[in-house]
Design a protein around this ligand. Structure first.
Ligand code: NAD
Length: 370
């Protein structure tokens, strides 16, 4: 059937590093960039995404159209659908899975807690179950999060630090993912690498993230809220540019060892790794706003409020020496350069001059969103 042919052709290795990768969350921000970079190298890539409505589906469809033009087929489906996953593994002998599908966002967990449990815990287990039974077993690289460091940590965060006090349900589900990864590595010999991303930003980014909605509100003349900690302390993030994160993801895939499929017989022989992928230079949120003001040539209407207890932490700051040593990871984009690229993309994607109405482009149609 046509569907199978498209799946097979998309996942076929042309050159590159000889990987055939299933990318979950391929229509997401990080997923789109990782998929297109792998495809550009010549590796085989098949995308999977459920196109949930957590944020603008038009943006997800546009990302999909873009990577499909580059030759990546994106299957519309859910990681919680075992029959679909098994079918994909029947058609393709994936060497790797890049698992980026998740319910992201710290604050939304208060409105829709079950979506976090369904995608980040049940969905992850379902995917690992299918990987465990696949022949060959793929090596898995998946997105954890800097949020696992929670409320205990002293900055900079190192992989050896405690992660036993998550500040949000999102963080708790990412932490649960790490425990689950340990189990599947230990019992079934799956090779698993977890990447703790630190506030990833850039073109085609997520509209629920501060740098994105600040840009939108500054252009519209809406007030923006900057939170400060209870002690009037600065809130800062280790903003990490998408291209740097993509390089880290590809290095993790390239260095992943094969799963041993030991079924517990050779305990500890399969690879289990956790890495921070951050930028090592946290920037206060107020500074982020100043850079955006400069780039947009518009003064922001700032409002400063105490940080609500909604799951956010005051600081994030990555120690990346382990990723540097093992993956050759070396972030090279400073916040000003990265935001310049983001703003350029934002202005070309949305026609911001029309304030309330902005145009969304995608390859099939040009629709007007209000
Ligand atoms: P995103 O929301 O843009 O991408 C996730 C994609 O997964 C979405 O397109 C969504 O439709 C899809 N998805 C969600 N649940 C699914 C399911 N059950 N089945 C199939 N598809 C599903 O988020 P992102 O920023 O690209 O994040 C990618 C990964 O990195 C996520 O695991 C996220 O938790 C993690 N992460 C991101 C950041 C960041 O700053 N962007 C920071 C830390 C961790």
């Amino acid at each position: 059937p046509v569907w199978e042919r498209r799946v097979r052709s998309s996942a076929r290795v042309r050159s590159g590093n000889g990987l055939s990768v299933l990318v979950t969350g391929a229509a997401g921000f990080v997923g789109m960039h990782v998929s297109s970079m792998l495809k550009r190298r010549g590796d085989g890539v098949l995308g999977l995404d459920n196109f949930n409505n957590y944020y603008d589906i038009g943006l997800k469809r546009s990302r999909k159209a873009l990577i499909e033009r580059a030759g990546v087929f994106v299957v519309e489906g859910d990681i919680n659908d075992p029959a679909l996953l098994r079918k994909l593994f029947d058609v393709v002998a994936f060497t790797h899975v890049m698992h980026l599908a998740a319910q992201a966002g710290v604050r939304y967990a208060m409105q829709n807690p079950s979506s976090y449990v369904n995608s980040n815990i049940a969905g992850f287990v379902n995917l690992l179950e299918v990987c465990k039974s696949a022949n060959p077993q793929p090596a898995i690289v998946w997105a954890s999060s800097s949020s696992v460091y929670g409320l205990n940590s002293k900055v900079p965060f190192s992989e050896k630090d405690r992660t036993d006090h998550p500040a949000s349900l999102y963080a708790a589900t990412k932490k649960a993912g790490e425990e689950i990864a340990h189990t599947y590595n230990h019992i079934y010999g799956l090779s698993i690498t977890g990447l703790r991303f630190f506030t990833v930003y850039g073109p085609w980014g997520r509209p629920d993230m501060a740098y994105f909605f600040f840009t939108k509100d500054i252009l519209k003349g809406n007030p923006i809220t900057i939170f400060e900690a209870a002690n009037h302390g600065t809130v800062a993030r280790d903003f990490t540019y998408i291209d740097d994160v993509v390089k880290g993801c590809l290095a993790a895939l390239d260095t992943a060892k094969k799963s041993t499929g030991s079924g517990g017989k050779k305990k500890g022989s399969a690879q289990l790794r956790i890495f921070n992928l951050g930028n090592t230079s946290p920037v206060p949120v107020s500074k982020l706003v100043s850079i955006l003001e400069k780039l947009l040539k518009v003064k922001a209407r700032r409002r400063v409020l105490p940080m609500p207890r909604n799951g956010d932490v005051q600081f994030t700051h990555a120690n990346i020496s382990l990723a540097q040593k093992e993956l050759g990871y070396k972030p090279s984009t400073d916040l000003e350069t990265g935001l310049k690229n983001f703003v350029k993309w934002y202005l070309s994607y949305y026609d911001s001059k029309k304030s309330a109405c902005y145009r969304v482009y995608n390859s099939q149609q040009r629709s007007l969103e209000i």
